[in-house]
Each structure stands twice: as C-alpha cells, then as structure tokens.
Design a protein around this ligand. Sequence first.
Ligand code: ZN
Length: 682
Amino acid sequence: MDITTLSADTGWAAGLTPLDALARRSNLLGADRSIANYGGGNTSSKVTEVDHTGREVQVLWVKGSGSDLATIAANGFTGLRLDEIVPLVQRGAMTDEEMVEYLARCQLAPGMPRASIETLLHAFVPAAHVDHTHPDTIGAIVGANDGERVAQECFGADAVWIPYIRPGFALSKLVAEAVAAAPDTKLVLLAKHGLVTWGDTPESCYASTLEAVRRAGDFAEQRGSARPGARANGPKSSARDVLLARVLPALRGAVSVDGRRVAQVDVSPAVVSFVSTDGAEELSQLGAACPDHLVHTKRRPLWVDFDPRADDAETLKRRLVESVAGFQERERAYFEEHAAPEDRLLDPSPRVVLIQGLGMVTLGRTLKAARLARDLYHRAIAVMNGATSLGGFVSLTDAESYAVEYWPLELYKLSLSPPPREFEGAVVLVTGGAGGIGSAVARTLSELGACIVVTDIDTEHANAVAESLGDAVALRLDVTDETSVAEAYDKAALAFGGVDVVVSNAGIATSAPIEDTTLELWERNHAVLTRGYFLVAREAARLLREQGRGGSIVFVGSKNGLAAGKGASAYSSAKAAELHLARCLAEELGPDGIRVNVVNPDAVLEGSRIWDSSWREERARGYGIDPDELEAHYRARTTLKVNVVPADVAEAVVFLASAVRSGKSTGNVINVDGGVAGAYPR
Ligand code: ZN
C-alpha cells in the first residue's frame, strides 16, 4: 500500500493540511459542472493521522454521502481506519447493509458523516489520492454503443474497462482486481457510469482527472460525427413565453398528484437545439445518462410533440396533461414490475419535460430540486450527444435503473435534506409586496418554504424584498390595469409554473370629509381597492382552475370594511366592497377547492407606505391630535390596548393561506385590529 503524507511541495496544495488539500481538490473539480455534476462524484486521500490515543494511524479521508464537491469543506469528509478496510478486498461478497455497518465502525471519530457509497472503491485503489467523477466527455465514451472498443481507441492500455454494475462492494472489488492486474494503467472507465483516476499527490490526482477529460474530449472531436441538424425553428421568444405561460399551470397541476411541484423553464440554446433535433425523442427515451442522475431526473424525461404551425396553446396543454397521465401509468407499471415487497412508489410524475422545438420544463418539490433536475439534464444532453457522435448512446436497462432509483443507499442521500416545510412547493403571489404588510407576509411565507412572487408598482423596493428572500422574483404590477394583472400571472407561471396562494394586499388610503371628497379621490380609492381586488382575484381564479389543485386567496381588508368611520367614506366603502367580493368569490370558487378569506387589520403604521403619505396627517387632523400621537391614540382605542404590526397581520394571512391550518374555512374574516367592538363580524 502506497501511503504518502502530503509534503509542502509546490502547487495549489502547498501549505494545506492533507484534509484541506482534499477539500480544495474537490472544490476545484466541482467548479466545472461538466466534470463533477451537483452532488455527484467523490474524492479521497490516504494519509497518516494521529488518533485520540496519540498513535499514528493510516486514515482514508473520503467524501461523506450527500455532499457536493463544489462546496464541500473539511467537515464533509469522513475519516476511516484504512487498516480495517483494506482486508475486506479478500471477501467474496458483502451486502450494502454489511458495508454501511462495517464502515461506520471504522470511523476515526463519532459523529462524522456517513461515508460515500463508493468508499470501498477508494480504499481498494492503492494510490494515495483517488478521484471518482462523471465528466461529460467520459460519459460519451462509457455511454457509447460498443463503448469498450471506443475506450480502447481513445485510451489504449492507459485505461481499464469495467462493465456496468451498481456501485457497492462487488464493483469496488472488480476495480481493485483490474487495477492490480494492470499496474501501469492510469485510469478506470466504469461502463454507463464514470471515471476513476488517481495520483501520488493531490495535484497529480487532480491533473490526472483533467487529463482524462481532455483526452476524451479531443478524441470525440477527431472521431465524432456531427449531430443531425435541427428540424424546425421554434417560435420567437415572446410568443414562446406566452405559450408556456398558458400551459404551465395545467402541467404543474397534472404532476402535483402527491404534493405541489415547482417548475423551472429552460430555453437555453443547448436545450432548444436538443429538442429541435431529429431523433431527440428516441434518444431521450433510451434512458438515464448516468446512475447519479436517476433519483433527480428519473430514468426518462417526458417527451411532448409540438408543431408551432399546427398546434395552439390549447392543443399543447391537452397533450401535456394526457402525456403526464401516460407517464404516471408507465411509472407505476415500472414500479410494479421491479419492486421488492418493502419498496413503496416514490413519485410517478416526470421531473423533466421536453417540449419539441420549444424547451424544457423541470419539476421538483422545491425550487432547488427543479433546478437540480435541470442542471443534471444538461449533463445528460451533453453525454447523449457525445455518445451519439461516437456511434450511438446506450443507457442503463430498466432493471439497472430501478436498482439505483430505489436503492436504499441512494435514498439515504435524499433523506439528508431538511424535512419539508409547510409551504414547500407552494407559489405565493403578493400584491403590494414592497410595503410593510406585503413584505412581512412575503417574508413569513418564504420562511415556511414558499416561492414568492413579490409584486408592486414600486419595482425598486419589490426587487429589494425579493432579493432578501431567496426563492422569490419581483414583478411590476399595477392592480388597476387589466393587462398588467394578467401579465403578472403569466410571469409568475414562467417563474415557478403557477400560483397556489394569492395575497391581495396592494392598497391606498385617503381621508376627507364627504363635501371635500372629490370624484377623483373617490374613483382612485375604488380603482385600487375595488377594481384592483376584482382583477387580481379574477386572474387568480382563472389560473387556479387551470391548475386544478384548489388554492387560497386572501384579501387584506380593513377594519373600516366593517366599522363605519367618519371622514374616510371613499376608502371605507371600497374596503366594504372588497369584503363582500371575497364572500361572493368564496361561494363561486369553493366547489373547485379555492378558498377566499379576509384579514382585517387596523392602524398598521410600522413600515407602511400608506402611513408615510398624507393619510397620517389627514387622520391626525380628523382626530384633532398631533401626527406623532397616532400610535398611542390607536393603541388606546383598542380593546386589548395594543398596536398592530405587520407581523401580526402576516400570521393571520399564513393561517388562511394554509390548507393544513384552515383548509375547511372560506368566506371568513379574521380581525387583527387589537379589538374594535364596532368591527366585530356578525
Ligand atoms: Zn459514480
């Protein structure tokens, strides 16, 4: 066994501890996703360490299961006592459970992450530093028909070829034997899977991975045949966006059979070129390009035909919904055929949808998952194109795919994700999202896992709110403008696939005695508060019904909708109209599972844009007090003697937005006003 402690020699590893050098090498590999895709691949170093007893031990540092090479730090690796692992190569067989149990006992210290599925492969290859990756250019060779011959042409005696076998003890042992039998070999090619390289130093190991990737790329360039050309030009980007916005909610509804999904649209050149190419359907249906993709992309994408000259949005929508149903049926049959008694069906819906000539839609339970499926499918396209140019792509069989997709060790990786949050997969559109209540609602729902569409006429502040949230976009939305409202829903669909919760909150407020209430003032209040709430709710109803999975509309009303106040008749009458609109819609939309409820706040001054306007002076004048005395004035007049803040309103909105908390409530009003007897509903 060739164990080398890292010396402080030249190169990027100079001065780093062995473990830091391993983390650094991993990050370097992960920085190029065409070499190490998200979550995929693993790295190791064999070094001498001093254990807790003060004795020197030989340690295998290997990536922990479920971490990502691009971001892994020293604490993402597990240290294992190498002397206890190496003798395993003498065994004839070892089950996964035995392997996991055994390795857990070899850990240098308790509490380290579970060692990678491919740990034994790293242990059995004698070199001090080992990389295992799934690079695109290597994928093209190991995924090519007759790949072994292609590999021989590319690498000659520098590579050994291992036929496909699922990772685990048997694969590790095969690799160990092959490397031992060919001591001059420089790398191992795992059929339909990936690459193993090594070196005596971290630098030389990293260099050997890059060299293998480069050689495979150069070979494909010289030997590869050009892919057949694109068959049709897709629609222009504006027409494409309109078309996608029309069909996405129905698609999202169709895939959300066991929980909501977030969608990501990808119309990048690589994707559009792929879905516009002759033979792409057949190619895409051959199967997964790498076992690592399977739990995120499933074994096949859903392919949907589309001809922009003959098909309209309605046709495409119908085809998508029918195709999803067909896909789910095939997935259930695939499960039935291969399932062990203890297996349970994970998710029958597609993660990747390819629309001919148009682009790709990926779906996940979270935005992160939808983006991961998207990123991995880019790798799949590169591998399939590469393999095709080398004579044809060959994928895992269904049985091989099932064995990985439902493999407990692969599912363990998924189990490391944090538990789902209440609004995971939900999309929430908030109007007036730049203001005090709107931004508090957006923040609270975002913390509960929702994707947020922050809309406002003030795009600058809406952008700032969205940026502070994470999974959020900001849109300009003028609630009084029919076109602006419809466009906002289209953009929400393009951003996340649809909408589940609409919080209608955008508002203004004015105050004036009736004789001084101009027609303009009257109509402005009614334009924002009545027409605005109507337009936002009407488009919500259209989208939610297209999606077919129910939904929740929450109006942020006002105490004034119930309690008659002096000197604010334009505002208060518009707020009363909102309240009744909500009750009418509750009746009308209820049969489709769409709930409509109202939160009635009062005197929420903190962070409010309304209260920054002349409304504060107007109200103070109305009460005959100084504007600075308003908070105390409002507090004093409530039953509970409290001021209401945006977070209080957000709590009530969350309650009504959540089907778990209030799924059997509609047409309701929740007062968040500190108690105002005149506004108690009756
Ligand atoms: Zn692998």
